[in-house]
Write a protein that binds this ligand. Structure first.
Ligand SMILES: [Zn+2]
Length: 277
């Protein structure tokens, strides 16, 4: 009796072990795949940088257009065959629609950076909505196209705002992973050095086309980035290139990337101390 039980126990263990080592049947694999598809990850709507398979980066210029500096920058971008992304202020677009029209015509991306650069983190939904809509309309009127990206002034935005803005306007929220702090006007050499030190494949580089030192820094910055093998695309192009792996965004509830993951300071949504963005 006990010998029989021992034997059947041994047989059961053997069957179990064989089952463990066995390759999953095609049916099992299909079931597993269905399970993965049934619980897809929430698509990212916030980007500090993008995981790409290649040396692609996006240069972004905020707070313009400037009547004098933006045309200079456009000339330089054309010489280098670089496509950039401009996060424009609606008020400035209304003042210089022809500059924004030129930028769009020359292949640059035009994106929303609010009407008058307020702090979204401290505003009513209705005020934020007005800021976005007015700017969206001004860009449409200047370029014939509505923007698809938003960079909140100072990088300041709540998780709830990101969600409803994405739902209502269809915008992705674009922050950055390279910040030369050019708004502090540290001089062209420092702006260039900071950008060169921090930029890596998939980077979104923040700067401002309203500071003379930033524009002065760009010729040699572009030269050196090119020498390192970087290729320049717009932010929307960079997002479309996102490799299968989850992009560098949204692992946290607020969608920001932990600094350890991107190796450079995350934007601080604290306008008092940091007018970046
Ligand atoms: Zn700004």
């Amino acid at each position: 009796m006990s010998a029989y039980r021992l034997l059947s126990f041994g047989f059961a263990m053997l069957t179990f072990a064989l089952g463990l080592g066995a390759e999953p049947t095609p049916a099992k694999r299909a079931a597993a795949a269905r399970q993965i598809r049934a619980t897809p990850e929430e698509p990212s709507i916030t980007f500090n940088s993008v995981h790409v398979d290649g040396p692609y980066i996006a240069m972004t210029f905020d707070d313009g257009p400037s009547a004098t500096l933006t045309p200079k920058l456009l000339d330089l971008l054309a010489t280098h065959h670089i496509k950039a992304t401009f996060f424009v202020i609606g008020e400035n677009v209304a003042e210089h629609p022809e500059i924004v029209a030129r930028a769009a015509r020359e292949g640059h991306e035009i994106a929303n950076h609010s009407w008058s650069h307020p702090n979204f983190g401290k505003m009513s939904d209705e005020s934020v909505r007005r800021q976005l809509q007015q700017t969206d309309d001004a860009i449409k009127s200047a370029t014939g196209k509505r923007p698809t990206l938003l960079r909140p002034p100072y990088g300041s935005i709540t998780a709830r705002e990101k969600r409803w803005i994405h739902d209502e306007f269809g915008y992705d929220i674009i922050l950055w992973d390279v910040d030369p702090y050019d708004w502090k006007r540290p001089g062209p050499a420092v702006v260039r050095a900071r950008i060169l030190k921090e930029t890596r494949p998939g980077s979104i580089v923040l700067s401002h086309d309203i500071h003379p030192g930033t524009i002065e820094a760009m010729p040699s910055t572009f030269d050196e980035l090119e020498a390192k093998g970087f290729k320049f695309v717009t932010v929307s192009e960079l997002i479309r290139m996102a490799a299968a792996r989850p992009s560098h965004s949204s692992p946290q509830p607020d969608g920001n990337v932990p600094p350890s993951e991107i190796g450079s300071p995350s934007p601080t949504p604290s306008p008092a101390s940091s007018p970046g963005g």
